[in-house]
Design a protein around this ligand. Structure first.
Ligand SMILES: *[C@@H]1O[C@H](CO)[C@@H](O)[C@H](O)[C@H]1NC(C)=O
Ligand SMILES: *[C@@H]1O[C@H](CO)[C@@H](O)[C@H](O)[C@H]1NC(C)=O
Ligand SMILES: *[C@@H]1O[C@H](CO)[C@@H](O)[C@H](O)[C@H]1NC(C)=O
Ligand SMILES: *[C@@H]1O[C@H](CO)[C@@H](O)[C@H](O)[C@H]1NC(C)=O
Ligand SMILES: *[C@@H]1O[C@H](CO)[C@@H](O)[C@H](O)[C@H]1NC(C)=O
Length: 458
């Protein structure tokens, strides 16, 4: 399966390709932090590059530079008229295809929960910054003074089926004596807070464990003997990370492609439900090990090592993760969650990228950035490979493919409101924007509606 590249638009653009590539590679020498991959859109003929062609993954390849020219979205897809800007005037859309919907309800197996659109939801979120004390400062957009609230009034509607809203009481009741864990990077942490906040509308979560750095944590819901953990394992594989709390790294990540991270594999047999994911950390400068021996790297220009490409490492790691799950003696329910897209425009995390939209996109109005496509395709392929093995072994392995659902929500990020009233002192202040994580309450609350549907109602 090929990635869906855009066709070459002009000869002129094509001629610029080599220049752009050279410049991009030079620029990479300046970049040492996450989320800095940016280049121009690659014209079609050159896209048959080894980095992209899956049959060649695993072979040595040049450093990978990708991203997308976001200005393109603006040209081709101007911001839709802000028809729902005023909440009072927000129309309540009625599904046009109600007959079809009720028919499909009778055959839930035909329902694809992950394809659909965002529709207005006058009710808004079931929790707020005031009702939930567990929202991390950087994602607490309400408290941080984000002025617009439209992003709170949308609800995910799958194309062909009904999705009832999350029912915290029913969920907790069903999860009596059960143990959950969300395993992965900071998006998993973002999600666990959303889940806890929604459940806390019924009973406050009690903090029962945290590691030294407060990265892995566990909470209990005492009346239900139900526990929820977040396990910090951004690569899922054994990794040594040399980075401070602001994400400034002093050296490359040392990543062991043949060893899974014990932080989650040791917990695995004790857990009833898991949501496992990873993604963007694989884009960082890394040295790859197998058998405790260096086999190459991804983006390590100062070292005399073979560039193996992050996609090589990602596929290898996900392959091991899936294998571990599919062949495990432990038969929990395991969700593999695909990675989430960011919405930086006019730059990236490190160089002033922003996300100022206040409305969702409609289906088809935005395309996944190239980097996200590569990650997601590997995720889907490795999942598809493992699914039959898991089924044969009686392991319940399911996919949570939230990528496209979130792609439509450029309005759901903190942007500058990752800080408390960022413009209070200086209206023109230069503020670090976050167009990667999600405001809470916010779009990822809808994940729990889908999970509820799959776990409790499904
Ligand atoms: C929640 O946010 C509002 C502003 O939207 C603020 O007035 C209020 O103090 C915040 N509450 C807490 C508990 O942070
Ligand atoms: C609580 O749940 C655990 C399993 O998660 C179980 O082993 C334990 O017996 C339960 N405790 C009570 C009091 O039911
Ligand atoms: C790892 O080391 C063992 C023993 O030292 C060897 O048998 C094996 O082939 C090595 N594997 C790889 C991938 O190098
Ligand atoms: C880089 O490594 C290759 C083979 O491993 C070696 O032949 C070459 O001399 C090395 N270059 C430098 C600058 O160390
Ligand atoms: C902000 O920028 C505008 C225009 O660039 C300028 O007129 C204004 O004085 C600036 N305000 C402050 C507080 O620096």
């Amino acid at each position: 399966m090929k990635l869906n590249w855009k066709p070459c638009l002009s000869l002129n653009k094509h001629n610029h390709f080599l220049v752009k590539l050279a410049v991009a590679i030079l620029l990479m020498g300046l970049a040492f932090r996450l989320f800095f991959f940016r280049s121009e859109e690659f014209p079609a003929p050159d896209l048959e590059s080894p980095v992209v062609d899956k049959t060649e993954v695993g072979e040595a390849k040049p450093p990978v530079v990708f991203a997308v020219d976001v200005s393109e979205y603006e040209d081709q897809n101007p911001m839709p008229q802000n028809e729902y800007d005023d909440q009072d005037q927000m129309p309540q859309k009625v599904p046009e295809d109600q007959n079809k919907m009720s028919q499909k309800d009778l055959e839930p197996e035909t329902c694809d929960l992950f394809t659909g659109d965002w529709v207005p939801n006058l009710k808004g979120a079931i929790y707020t910054n005031a009702s939930c004390p567990l929202i991390e400062g950087h994602q607490n957009c309400m408290r941080n003074g984000r002025p617009d609230t439209g992003y709170l009034y949308w609800q995910w509607r799958p194309e062909n089926c009904k999705l009832p809203p999350f029912d915290a009481e029913k969920f907790l009741d069903r999860m009596r004596n059960k143990r959950w864990a969300l395993i992965g990077d900071s998006i998993s942490r973002n999600h666990v807070q959303s889940l806890l906040c929604m459940l806390s509308t019924v009973e406050q979560a009690v903090d029962v464990y945290h590691d030294e750095e407060y990265k892995s944590k566990r909470w209990n819901f005492p009346s239900y003997n139900f526990s929820v953990s977040v396990i910090w394992s951004p690569f899922l594989a054994k990794a040594a990370i040399f980075e401070d709390n602001n994400g400034v790294s002093s050296s490359e990540v040392e990543l062991h492609l043949d060893k899974l991270d014990k932080k989650w594999t040791e917990q695995f047999p004790n857990l009833d439900y898991m949501i496992i994911s990873t993604g963007k950390w694989f884009l960082k400068s890394s040295i790859y090990y197998e058998n405790d021996t260096v086999i190459g790297c991804h983006y390590c220009p100062k070292r005399n090592l073979t560039e193996l490409g992050f996609d090589f490492a990602y596929r290898k790691t996900l392959g091991s993760v899936m294998d571990f799950i599919a062949t495990s003696k432990h038969k929990g329910m395991i969700f593999f969650r695909t990675s989430t897209p960011d919405h930086f425009e006019n730059g990236e995390w490190h160089n002033g990228g922003t996300c100022q939209r206040t409305m969702p996109f409609k289906y088809g109005e935005i395309e996944l950035k190239d980097l996200n496509k590569i990650l997601r395709n590997i995720e889907l392929e490795e999942f598809e490979k493992a699914a039959p093995k898991a089924a044969e072994n009686g392991v319940k392995l399911k996919l949570l493919d939230f990528t496209n659902l979130l792609l439509l929500r450029p309005d759901g990020h903190p942007g500058p409101y990752r800080e408390f009233y960022p413009y209070a002192k200086d209206k023109n202040a230069t503020v670090q924007n976050d167009c990667l994580h999600w405001c809470l309450p916010g779009p990822i609350d809808s994940w729990n509606d889908l999970i509820m549907q799959m776990v409790v109602n499904g």
